[in-house]
Design a protein around this ligand. Structure first.
Ligand code: ASP
Length: 468
């Protein structure tokens, strides 16, 4: 768009470009070559004005993440142990970046001071002490990235979550966003500068640092995207996107081009942990598309997550699985007419503080699927005894070491035959189905099988829906 100025000359009028929030994970920020890639990515798209960063991650498989070093530092400080070697290790991680990128050392001096100062914070009556330690990994890294950008010709600055208005609930290690934060953040939408924001933490109304749960920089990115009403939230990781099946099991699976939020949620639940599962929430509520991209292969389109899909897909978009489940089978003749049966059953679980994942049922039977890590032998014995007493079932048994395999796709339920094709594929491989659950979820069908058969099952389902 153009306009005429008073003097009659033709001027280009400033026109809002659109805004992208980009988040880089720890492996994208672990070393100088990685930071060079990040710089290129931010440079080549002027919409990328909000950059959210994690703490430096691993450079090699043996390396330790800065966040994990900070945990060590915190523990040693708390137990009055020697802290100097951990402090040096943390500072060295930043120093390496400064050296390799030839950055101005004044910023490094500030970083070193802030790391040392952590060991002056009060240990007593300080609910947020651990959060202060953890958050410093991201906070200092945002300072490094901002000065690196500046030295390479970008108009960038570090901005603290406090200045940005990222207000959270006072729940140490598990902060949640306060609704008014979004309005505060929205003020920055038209920023002319690139704002480099540390991920993973916000501030309470009382001014304390409070972190999200582990991996929470994804949450910061999503919140900022919602706050500034971004056109796109780009989440840069070290994979090309979300794979249709686990690459540890299927060799070179393709990536999913486009997913709906609901599909993503189901895949994330069943073990596709590319993105922190809470992270989608703010972006989802604000209807902002999210794309998962690879810092090491930035021109790959990645996986786009939206509320409604444009790309046409086969009925199944992905296969995921998760281990560590137990199922309790309860059967009683005329269960369907026994008033209060379900309530009594759930009360037993609740009193033992057990949460359950699924509860498929028939007329005379019901299965409770729960995560096995909640069950010690003692709790399991109490659970079974109480169920026996309260329900007087005809049959009651528990099965351990189950895997849940989930096939996911919005189009699936409308298409006849997906279940049949799946069970046939599994039967051909002689995989015994302990459970099928396609009851209430519109977007997935779940199969409970023995853990030993998981790989075989995934391969069989993959061949059925993605191969040939
Ligand atoms: N550095 C934090 C962690 O490792 C947060 C993050 O990277 O998202 O949990």
């Amino acid at each position: 768009p153009s306009s005429h100025s008073l003097s009659g000359e033709l001027h280009w009028q400033w026109f809002p470009l659109g805004v992208n929030v980009v988040k880089f994970g720890g492996s994208s920020l672990a070393s100088a070559p990685q930071l060079q890639k990040v710089l290129q990515i931010v440079k080549e798209e002027p919409r990328r004005t909000f950059v959210v960063v994690s703490a430096p991650g691993k450079r090699t498989p043996q390396d330790i993440k800065v966040t994990d070093l900070l945990i060590q530092y915190y523990q040693r400080y708390l137990n009055n142990e020697e802290i100097e070697s951990t402090i040096s290790a943390i500072i060295r991680r930043y120093e390496d970046l400064f050296d390799e990128l030839h950055l101005d050392k004044a910023v490094l001096a500030d970083i070193a001071i802030s790391i040392r100062q952590l060991a002056t914070l009060p240990k007593e009556n300080n609910a947020f002490l651990f959060d202060y330690f953890l958050a410093s990994g991201e906070d200092n890294n945002a300072k490094v990235v901002a000065s690196f950008f500046k030295q390479n010709g970008l108009d960038a600055r570090y901005i603290s979550p406090k200045e940005l208005g990222l207000l959270v609930t006072p729940e140490p290690g598990n902060a949640r966003i306060l609704p008014k934060a979004l309005e505060k953040i929205s003020v920055y939408r038209e920023t002319q500068q690139i704002l480099v924001i540390p991920g993973f933490f916000g501030y309470t109304e009382a001014g304390e640092i409070c972190t999200f749960s582990r991996g929470g920089s994804d949450i910061t990115g999503s919140i900022v995207a919602a706050g500034v009403q971004a056109d796109l939230y780009e989440n840069f990781t070290d994979v090309d996107g979300i794979y249709v099946a686990h690459p540890g099991i299927i060799e070179q699976p393709q990536t999913i081009q486009e997913l709906t939020y609901r599909e993503m949620r189901e895949l994330a639940y069943a073990g596709f942990a590319v993105l922190h599962d809470e992270a989608l929430m703010p972006a989802y509520r604000a209807n902002i598309p999210v794309v998962i991209k690879n810092t090491n292969n930035p021109h790959h389109p990645g996986t786009l997550i939206t509320t409604s899909r444009k790309v046409k897909h086969a009925p199944v978009v992905g296969i995921a699985s998760d281990q560590g489940f137990a199922s309790i089978y309860i059967s009683k003749y005329l269960m369907n007419r026994e008033l209060g049966f379900g309530r009594r059953l759930l009360e037993v679980l609740e009193k033992l503080a057990l949460s359950y994942e699924h509860m498929p049922s028939g007329i005379d039977d019901i299965t409770i699927v729960l995560r096995e890590d909640q069950l010690t032998t003692e709790i399991e014995n109490r659970l079974m005894a109480q169920l026996q007493e309260v329900l007087a079932p005809d049959e009651l048994r528990i099965t351990h070491h189950l895997s849940m395999i989930m096939i996911v796709g919005e189009g699936m339920r409308q298409r006849i035959g997906v279940t049949a094709e799946s069970t046939m594929a599994l039967a051909k491989e002689k995989i015994n189905l302990e459970m099928i659950n396609q009851g209430s979820s519109e977007v997935s069908i779940m199969f409970g099988i023995k853990k030993e058969q998981e790989e075989k099952a995934i391969k069989a389902l993959y061949r059925t829906f993605f191969h040939d």
